[in-house]
Design a protein around this ligand. Structure first.
Ligand code: SAM
Length: 352
């Protein structure tokens, strides 16, 4: 079960997601554009509009996208002197998400916004149906769709390690591993589009961002973060801190797609047209001085700690020690970021 580090502690997602928040702000013009289109066509939602964020997690980011949408609706109605519609805001994540924190922040949203905002949570996987048919107007998702529904079965069934400790074996199996991950992403993202197409009204909109890779970077289709985690764990396995067999059976269900792959899947699936698509390096949103090793370790823990602890038990002290050593011995976090350029994909879609 995937979920981010819960609560408000030092290594929680709530306190280690500023970079993701900067990425959410990059989606603002696309969400505003979608709201403008929806509001201009007022046959779409006579009097009410339903919006959702899928993979909301917890902390300040959980409300960021829906808040942008609610503000945009209010601005539109003010500017064009239209009656405010009722707005229903629904937040989704997997059931192990910290929904206690989410629900408290939803109450704040209701109080701070105009009284016509109603709120709710929809726990469940976004690889399943979440909403009733033809009910949703705008669906958003940031930083979540690179999480797959499961590890690729071809690898788990044939016990092919995702990131072999032995470099030679890793290079040999890399094409098979990457193909299996790409195939799983294709199946998952296709299913996601089909499900959301059922749930959106005709003309409904979707704005999503996910961690991907630049088209010309063929070396690795894992996200850089997962690869860093795999390398830290591989050192721990070679030192006997974690069991080698356990290491070999650890698969993070995460894949970094290129914009070409995304476009191909969207066109092949056929329910949506692409209205805007952007790729950018998330590092440009952050002051370089903030990339200290302790910041980066907390960032990794906020995202990967639950999945690591579930598989290996509580090995987090050793994980932190090994990670600290890595950036003392092998150059700074900044050097590492420069070596592996990252790409955020942002796509705005309209249901055909
Ligand atoms: C990195 S967090 C992103 C949170 C927030 N949207 C942001 O941009 O900061 C990814 C979230 O996606 C959720 N997630 C992963 N797979 C999911 C699935 N199949 N269904 C729903 N949520 C999922 C995780 O639980 C996690 O909370």
């Amino acid at each position: 079960m995937v979920h981010m580090n819960q609560g408000q502690g030092e290594t929680s997602y709530a306190r280690n997601s500023r970079i993701q928040n900067a990425q959410q702000n990059r989606m603002k013009p696309l969400i505003e554009g979608s709201i403008f289109e929806l509001c201009s066509n007022n046959t779409l939602f006579p009097g009410k509009i339903l919006i959702a964020d899928l993979g909301c997690s917890s902390g300040p980011n959980a409300l960021a996208l829906v808040s942008i949408a609610v503000e945009a609706i209010h601005s539109y109605c003010l500017q064009f002197e239209q009656t405010l519609p009722e707005v229903c805001v629904l937040l989704n994540d997997l059931p192990d998400n910290d929904f206690n924190t989410v629900v408290k922040s939803l109450v704040t949203l209701r109080q701070s916004k105009k009284p016509n905002v109603l709120t709710g949570v929809t726990p469940g996987s976004f690889y399943e149906r979440l909403f009733t048919s033809g009910s949703m107007h705008l669906i958003c998702s940031s930083n979540s769709l690179h999480w797959l529904s499961k590890a690729p079965e071809h690898l788990t069934r044939n016990q092919i390690p995702a990131y072999d400790m032995d470099e030679h074996a890793r290079c040999e199996s890399l094409p098979i591993v990457l193909e299996a991950y790409a195939q799983q992403f294709m199946e998952d993202f296709t299913l996601f589009l089909k499900l959301r197409a059922k749930e959106l009204v005709p003309g409904g909109r979707m704005v999503v961002s996910l961690v991907g890779r630049h088209s010309d970077v063929t070396a690795s289709k894992f996200s850089h973060l997962w690869e860093t985690v795999a390398q830290i764990l591989s050192v721990m396995a070679s030192e006997g801190v974690i069991d080698k067999a356990k290491y070999d059976s650890f698969y993070v269900p995460m894949y970094g797609a290129s914009s070409e792959e995304l476009m191909e899947i969207i066109q092949e699936e056929g329910s949506f047209s692409i209205t805007d698509m952007r790729v950018y390096d998330p590092a440009t949103d952050m002051n370089n001085a903030l990339f200290t090793s302790s910041w980066f370790i907390n960032h990794l823990r906020a995202i990967f700690e639950p999945i690591i602890v579930e598989h290996f038990g509580d090995v987090m002290n050793e994980f932190v020690r090994t990670a600290e050593q890595r950036w003392t011995l092998e150059g700074s976090v900044q050097d590492e970021r420069a070596k592996y350029p990252r790409a955020m994909q942002v796509v705005s879609l309209a249901k055909a």
